[in-house]
Design a protein around this ligand. Sequence first.
Ligand SMILES: *Cc1c(COP(=O)(O)O)cnc(C)c1O
Length: 395
Amino acid sequence: MASSHLAPNYAPLPVVLAQGKGSWVTDVKGKTYFDALAGYSALNFGHLNPELIATAKQQLDTLTLTSRAFDNNLLDPFSDALCELAGTEMMLPMNSGAEAVETALKAMRRWGHLVRGVEPEEGIIIVADGNFHGRTLAIISFSTDPVAHDGYGPFAPGFRIVPYGDLAAFEAALTPEVVGVLIEPIQGEAGVIIPPDDYLPGVQKLCNEHNVLLTLDEIQSGLGRTGKTFARELTGTEPDLMCLGKALGGGIMPVSAVTGRADVLDLFTAGTHGSTFGGNPLACAIGLKVCEILESGVWQKAATELGVGFSERLQGFVDEGLLIAQRSVGLWAGIDLDPRCGSGRQLCETLMERGVLAKDTHGLTVRLAPPLTTSTEDLDWMLDRLEESLRQFVC
Ligand SMILES: *Cc1c(COP(=O)(O)O)cnc(C)c1O
């Protein structure tokens, strides 16, 4: 329940959670719900994942924080494992997703000045319409969502917004001052918007031709959600930098990173960037375990396999007229409601009554992102509750 001491920057569903396990959470009254949001994909491996919790507990008894003024014994193992997983050369650890994005923006601008020789104050970074990259002032400066953006000016300059998924518009925006591109391989917050198959490879090719850096924000799409370790693999796209976060913290704490080319991340020198908590031993221990879990491929495979029935079922709802549209990949879906029948918020309230927690986005869309560790039975149970709720909604 809203407390008068709590700033009202969220409008949560009227449920107060007290416990979690796997795909399920229990509220203070003892009612159990299937968690179909999974912390916006921060809980890809479920609530209280036994391996991750054991790792965290062990590290809590060992060493939790050193600051980067001193190294800790898990920094190298974590960076090695993450670079191995990402198939890349270097990483820089931060905490929240927004900090990873800020780090990538700074890296691209720094490279623009030092390597490309673009004048200070002139480097431009291209971003996409409908983007979501976090909540800091620089990031919301180029948000096209009025709710996230309006009222926070003056805004950070140096960003150019192009329509998402439109390669010709992207090419037209590539003027000589452009040093970098920041883009989501699939737009999560916008409602799981999947661009045309040739879009990301096309963006990559144009970036190479124009000597522009490509950063993919895989904070929500990465780490197994789509059935691949990274969504970029779906189209064979090779970015220069990648932002990771959310599930990298194992559902326990914020852990984020930028991964990518050594000749770009190497341009940061002592003091030119940093974070008090970034790369702390507890975060490294958890991040390392997340890499090990993903290295096995078990949950990517589960997302792919469960994803087949998931998308078939959702498409069935569309074919029957219960939904206007569905977009899904792996265990990730955006479903669009008929505006005449009710809002996304209303559907989420109905789902909640039936024991499923989900989150609406942009009015008429509901995002579904169950933990990848969900069983077929539990997923079916959730989809049965969704079907009942949608039938209740038919108008
Ligand atoms: C959630 C998210 C972020 C921001 O992460 P925080 O940890 O909330 O700062 C950035 N980019 C994408 C694509 C996200 O989904």
